[in-house]
Each structure stands twice: as structure tokens, then as C-alpha cells.
Design a protein around this ligand. Structure first.
Ligand code: NCD
Length: 355
């Protein structure tokens, strides 16, 4: 596994600015931060996801895919609630024939006996060839990957959501969804993406906003109450990447210009003692009236789960692509997993057979 560029001391890595962490991780098998991807990675993954999707349509194709990783096992370690991310990773493993094991609640692992989370994950690596993990602590997936990289059994770690900071695989599926939606309209380049809701603690927005900087001529609007606005660190990254963006405090204000509207829920699980954050139900929600303000070909996305950010009346409108977005997660995660094992060539080389 190529770990060139990853500092040999954890503290040296930990103290790097986010962008430099991403650069250090380029070419690594671990998927830890959105910043480790370059545009070509996104294109290669998207293409692979689409081929996997096509191949899986026939019984023969599905059987072929199931043979690709039948000698591998994956550990799904989800120490935080999850429906879509967990299920889509599980489904992705099933598509590729990986056997899976899981811990979905750290209360059921030896952590309750006083074992350190690091030892727990090292234990997983003894039985599994891949660790997919979601953890409440920001940076924990990185620490685990670093530890495994310096052990005698380095298995790839995929960050399936860490703290309120990163959710790189969600950003990958969001980019894939955007690219497919704008396929006949010049792709993501030149589009305006409007993010709304709790942008401060929404890790999906933090990862995706940065990934959009890999496209040409994109501009971004962040609609959130002041207390929940996108972090200064992400603003700095956008500025450095030359991506024009502005902040506003009502989603309605920017709807007419948006090509994609990315709604998010209040992340109140991160509220501190005595803190009670809130999101206005008029200013950060879209319904029938808001739809009228939008361009007819604009798309509405949501990482889900939703509360009331998107009215159910919109669910079957052509602009509502959050269900497709969710399903895309399964394909892009299958592509990502296959790539971790360097076996994507097996699918790409035989793609004509399944066309
Ligand atoms: C998101 C998450 O966990 O960060 N969900 C997801 O993975 N689809 C968004 C959220 O919980 O609001």
C-alpha cells in the first residue's frame, strides 16, 4: 500500500492543515477526507460506478460482480446512528461478494470493558480486509488508518462519517448524482449550488462544498442562520481555490439562480450543554411555493434523513432527486470498495461483454 507522503509521526500528520492532509493521503488506499481526491479520481469513480450499475442488471452480470471480492471480508463499524450509509455500504459489499461483519453500537464491543477504541479497531483488522467506520469523534478514522499503516496488518479504512467534520463518501455520491443530473447540460462545471440548513455541523456539506472546487466556474451560496453558517475553514478553502461564494440567511433569496439546491437538517445532536439551536421552518425549507421560484431544470438534493426541510409534496416532482441520490450511494461505494482492492480493471476490461 502506498503510504508515501504520510508523516511517520501521528502528531506531525494531525497538525497539518486540512488541505495538506488531503495531499498527504493522495494515492493511499484509505478514504479519510474529501480533500484527498482530485477531479480525475471523481471521474474514474463515477465511470466505474456506472459500469457496475449496468453490469448488475443481468443475472449473469450480477454473478460476475459477486465473484470479484468473494475472498475478502469487510467490517462495518458504525458507532453512530446510520440507515442509508450503513445499508448502502452493506449492499455495495453484497454486490461485490464481500462477506461482512458489523458492530453498530460500541456498547456491544469490548469498549465497555475498558478497551481503547484504537485496540477495538485493531481487533477488527485481524479479521477483516476492509474497515468501513462511522465515529462521533472527528479525526478518529484518520488516527485509526495511521495506526494500521504503522502496524503489520494495514487494511484500508473508509470514513463513513466522522464527527461533524467529514463525510467523504457522501460527497462522492453527491458529486456522482450532480454529474449524472447535469450530464446533458455540460456537467457540474459552471453550475450554482445552493446549500441550506445547518451548515456549521453538517459534515456532508463541509465535504461536498470543498469537492465542488474541483470543477470549473462553479459558484456556491450558503443559506443558514448566522449561528449555523458554514465554517471559516471551508470558506478559506473555497477562497484559496478561487470559488466565488456568498452567505445569506434565507434559502428563498438564492433559489432563482440555483442549479442544485442541497437541503440539510438541524444537527442538534451536536448542541452543547444548555444550547438549543434551531432552524426556522420557513427560511430553510422548500415546498410548493419555493419550487415555483426555482429554474425548471434545477435539482433538489438532501443527504437525508430529513425533518421538514423538504415538503413531502415535492417527493414525486422531477426536480426531487434525493431518492436517486441515495441509491447512487450504493453504486459509488461499490466502485470505491472495488478500487481499494485494485480490482476495478476486471470490470472495466469486460464492460463490452455486459453492454
Ligand atoms: C448524514 C450524516 O450522517 O452526516 N446522513 C447520511 O450519511 N446520509 C446527514 C445527517 O445525518 O443529517
Amino acid at each position: 500500500m502506498d503510504m508515501s507522503g504520510w508523516p511517520s509521526e501521528w502528531t506531525a500528520y494531525e497538525s497539518l492543515p486540512l488541505m495538506e492532509k488531503g495531499v498527504a493521503l493522495r494515492g493511499a488506499k484509505h478514504v479519510l477526507v474529501a480533500q484527498q481526491f482530485v477531479r480525475e479520481d471523481l471521474e474514474v469513480l463515477g465511470e466505474l460506478a456506472t459500469v457496475i450499475r449496468r453490469v448488475s442488471k443481468s443475472q449473469e452480470g450480477a454473478r460476475f460482480l459477486k465473484g470479484l471480492l468473494c475472498d475478502k471480508r469487510a467490517m462495518l463499524y458504525f458507532a453512530q446512528p446510520s440507515s442509508r450509509t450503513y445499508l448502502s455500504f452493506l449492499a455495495a459489499c453484497q454486490i461485490l461478494g464481500l462477506d461482512t461483519m458489523d458492530v453498530r453500537d460500541s456498547k456491544t464491543s469490548s469498549e465497555v470493558k475498558g478497551e481503547s477504541p484504537e485496540d477495538t479497531v485493531r481487533t477488527f483488522s485481524s479479521y477483516a480486509d476492509l474497515i468501513v467506520m462511522r465515529h462521533p469523534q472527528g479525526g478518529f478514522a484518520e488516527r485509526v488508518a495511521w495506526m494500521l499503516a504503522h502496524s503489520n496488518r494495514e487494511v484500508p479504512v473508509i470514513n463513513a462519517g466522522s464527527g461533524a467534520d467529514q463525510h467523504p463518501t457522501q460527497a462522492l455520491l453527491d458529486v456522482y448524482t450532480l454529474a449524472r443530473s447535469f450530464e446533458n447540460r455540460g456537467g457540474i462545471d459552471g453550475k450554482m449550488v445552493l446549500f441550506a440548513g445547518d451548515l456549521k455541523r453538517g459534515r456532508t456539506v463541509r465535504s461536498l462544498a470543498w469537492m465542488l472546487t474541483l470543477f470549473e466556474g462553479v459558484n456556491v451560496v450558503f443559506a443558514a442562520p448566522e449561528a449555523l453558517q458554514i465554517g471559516a475553514d471551508i470558506q478559506v478553502l473555497l477562497r484559496e481555490a478561487g470559488v466565488p461564494f456568498r452567505l445569506c440567511d434565507r434559502v428563498q433569496e438564492a433559489l432563482p439562480e440555483a442549479d442544485a439546491v442541497y437541503m440539510t437538517r438541524l444537527q442538534d445532536e451536536w448542541d452543547g450543554e444548555g444550547e438549543q439551536s434551531s432552524l426556522s421552518e420557513t427560511d430553510f425549507c422548500v415546498g410548493v411555493e419555493e419550487l415555483k421560484l426555482m429554474k425548471p431544470e434545477a435539482v433538489i438534493m438532501h443527504p437525508l434523513p430529513r425533518r421538514h426541510e423538504i415538503s413531502r409534496e415535492l417527493d414525486n416532482e422531477p426536480q426531487a432527486i434525493y431518492w436517486r441520490q441515495m441509491r447512487n450511494g450504493m453504486w459509488i461505494r461499490a466502485a470505491l470498495i472495488l478500487q481499494r482492492f485494485g480490482r476495478e480493471g476486471l470490470v472495466l476490461d469486460s464492460r463490452e461483454e455486459w453492454a
